[in-house]
Write a protein that binds this ligand. Structure first.
Ligand SMILES: Cc1cc2nc3c(=O)[nH]c(=O)nc-3n(C[C@H](O)[C@H](O)[C@H](O)COP(=O)(O)OP(=O)(O)OC[C@H]3O[C@@H](n4cnc5c(N)ncnc54)[C@H](O)[C@@H]3O)c2cc1C
Length: 66
C-alpha cells in the first residue's frame, strides 16, 4: 500500500482514539495506519517521512506507557 486517505484517528502522542473519542490505553499507531495525513493531497516523500516521524513518536509513547 502506498498510502491511504483513511485510517485511525490518533492523539498528538500517537495514542489510538476509538469511535467515541476515547483514547485506547497502550495502543499506538503510526505510518499507513494513521488517517488524515493526506487529506490535502499526497506530497512526494511524505509517506516515508510520516512513518519515520510518527514511528519515533509512537515508540516513545509506548515506552512511557509501560
Ligand atoms: C510502489 C511504492 C512506491 C512508494 N514510493 C514512495 C516514495 O518515493 N516516497 C515516500 O515517502 N513513500 C513512498 N511510498 C510509500 C511508503 O512506502 C509508505 O508510506 C511507507 O512504507 C509506510 O510505512 P509503514 O511503516 O506505515 O508501513 P509498511 O512499510 O507497509 O510496514 C509495515 C510492516 O509491517 C509488517 N507486518 C504486517 N503484518 C504484520 C504482522 N502481523 N506481524 C508483524 N509484522 C507485520 C510488514 O511486513 C511490513 O514490514 C511508496 C509505496 C509504494 C508501494
Amino acid at each position: 500500500m502506498t498510502f491511504t486517505y483513511g485510517g485511525l484517528r490518533v492523539t498528538d502522542d500517537a495514542g489510538v482514539i476509538d469511535q467515541f473519542g476515547n483514547t485506547i490505553p497502550r495502543l499506538f499507531a503510526c505510518g499507513e495506519m494513521v488517517g488524515g495525513m493526506f487529506l490535502g493531497g499526497y506530497f512526494g516523500g511524505s509517506g516515508l517521512t510520516s512513518g519515520a516521524v510518527f514511528g519515533r513518536l509512537a515508540s516513545k509513547s509506548a515506552v512511557v506507557s509501560h
